[in-house]
Design a protein around this ligand. Sequence first.
Ligand code: ADP
Ligand code: MG
Length: 550
Amino acid sequence: MATSTQQAIPVLVLKEGTTRTTGKDARRSNIMAARIIAETLATSLGPRGMDKLLVDSFGNATITGDGASILKEMDVQHPAAKTLVEVAKAQDDEVGDGTTSVVVLAGELLKNAEELLDENLHPTVIIDGYEKAAEYALKVIDEVGQEIDPLDRNTLKKIAKTALASKVVSEYKDFLSDLIVDAALQVIEKTNTGKYKLDIDNIKIEKKRGEAIDETKLVKGIVLDKEVVHPDMPRRVEKAKIALLNTPLEIEKPEWSAKINVTNPEQLRAFLDQETELLRDMVMKIKKTGANVVIAQKGIDDVAQHFLAKEGILAVRRVKKSDMEKLARATGARIVTSVDDLSPEDLGEAELVEERKVADEKMVFIEGCKDPKAVTILIRGGAEHIVDEAERAIHDALCVIRNIINEPKVVAGGGAIEIEIARRLREFSKTLGSKEQLAVEKYAEAIEFIPSILAQNAGIEPIDALVELRSLHEKGEIWSGVNVLKGKISNLFEEGVLEPTLVKKQTIKSATEAAVMILRIDDVIAAAPPKEKGKEGGSSPGGGYPGSYY
Ligand code: ADP
Ligand code: MG
């Protein structure tokens, strides 16, 4: 068939059903989505923030006030909003705290950017201004941050307490921060550069529902969620000598099947006896080293169990590799790959190895280790979600302690550092050209949103708080902030509301990055959602981006 060259031919670049939003529209809908996320989290900020009850599609409930956890459970759909979720997650992985602040700050930066867009400022100018402001803010934090002694228990406790203040389990923050700091100082290591290092993987977290949070214990050793393998073995061994094996106490089956012709019962017995003999040999070799506890990463054969029990050795099998490594660090044992290699020097030591019932389940405690380089925190709590939240809180506080040990410098929280940053940014903005100046001023305004939300969540009039704080900071009172627990403005450094500079800097970096990333987008091209099976006839209307997300 001949086609006339005159006829317009539709040019299909994108697949049918693809939606596209560009320019201002794209930017506005992205900003809107991000702001909705930020507004949701704002009411959770700080020790007086509210908690959220989140129910997943299986009906499991989580109660938390932790930004990263809320977002994880929220199942956000909008792509721009998802960016914020990702950033919060990255912040959580990186520094373990400040996740709510990141999202709230990013949301406020975007809200202010929208105002600048309305004044016809080009996004590039806004982005430049924001990036300059962030860089300056990082400098301010470095400048005003106070060095601390990373081994000073008292300061570390204050920092842990600040991190725990905004958690559901904050009622126990005194008790928990003691425990966390003890755990951290126990496993801290000096590097060859003379600095200190904390690897929080050396603090094992076990949890068992039951009792109350104040029954949570720091065990100077390792707790295994395991049982002693054989009923005839001792349940309690004092002055334990521990062998860590990552070889099975079994006769390994050959890879190919072999056929043995047995012609009479004696031959069969002889064959079986030989197997038994091999296992007995293994056990005797272990016994000879002086070991009275065996912890195996692999299996232990029934016959081997029997011999171990006969020798009065307590044994546990199929222990995770990571736990084996922690056991080695806690007891000073060396993990051995063959029983033949085991020597008395390879054994670790513990005051006591004991199987105990915890909430109707058996656990094995390897405790009373001498200067252990790995320890366990055994969390208790009345309900599943309390235990889970306690775990998250302890993990975050441990991260914060790790941060302060990496960079032993603090600032005061409660919005004190934010007000100081804003004040100095306003001065800095005067050195810039007029358009960038606007962007930097808006950045300063956005960062003041943190103290203002903290005040609001504590029932303090935010405008009054800001006015008072600004004037105090003008007079050089750089640690004045919102004392949310006492409901007034005060010197938060003196109150001991301390936070690592590392966390604050990461918060600024992540929030700025997220805002800039969203501002840079001027074109959203979304593929049509996949057609549902059995429903021929195109995508459902409104199934694409962006209409259906909010
Ligand atoms: P994030 O997820 O950002 O850490 P939080 O809910 O933990 O959010 O709140 C952190 C904010 O609460 C920080 O700005 C911190 O300085 C502030 N904060 C913590 N304890 C206090 C306190 N006792 N008084 C005032 N502010 C506090
Ligand atoms: Mg926090």
